[in-house]
Design a protein. Structure first.
Length: 94
């Protein structure tokens, strides 16, 4: 009896944590305007300004002039927004 109760307890301890994500859903992708706003927030957090941002069906185009380290940050800031499928890099580096 003790062995069956102990094995049941161990089984539950292993299975229950895996079940905790059943109710969670993947967040919906943002629309074009919301994606642009999120990208602008991310860029502002990195003190990057002066870029032109165009979002069309999840494809983001970044245009402007930045130094190389800011360029990489800007590309990463755009890529991490939910719903962005790809980023077109039209940022020039002096």
């Amino acid at each position: 009896m003790k062995k069956s109760v102990m094995s049941l307890a161990i089984s539950l301890a292993l299975v229950l944590p895996a079940c905790s994500n059943w109710n969670k859903s993947t967040p919906k992708a943002l629309d074009n305007t919301a994606m642009e706003e999120e990208i602008r927030k991310n860029l502002a957090g990195d003190h990057i300004t002066g870029l032109s941002i165009d979002v069309n069906s999840g494809v983001v185009t970044l245009k402007g002039h930045l130094n190389s380290s800011d360029k990489q940050k800007a590309l990463e800031d755009a890529r991490k927004v939910n719903g962005v499928k790809s980023v077109v890099d039209e940022i020039s580096v002096p």
